[in-house]
Write a protein that binds this ligand. Structure first.
Ligand SMILES: [Zn+2]
Length: 59
């Protein structure tokens, strides 16, 4: 099982993609990227919701 996310689905224009073996690992990778690349240092419930809505699970 892989958890995948294209940042561009949340942040239009961003080419970064993520692929992690757990949802927690994916969310922490996204959080680090969001802080570094998008200046988003607070993962609010709204941001977390927008991100998790775009997560794809691949067997
Ligand atoms: Zn991004």
């Amino acid at each position: 099982m892989k958890f995948q996310l294209a940042c561009g689905d949340v942040m239009p224009g961003c080419p970064t993609t993520f692929s992690e073996s757990s949802r927690d690992a994916l969310m922490s990778a996204v959080a680090g990227h969001a802080a570094q690349e998008h200046g988003i240092t607070q993962i609010t419930p709204e941001v977390a919701e927008a991100v998790s809505a775009q997560v794809r699970q691949v067997d």
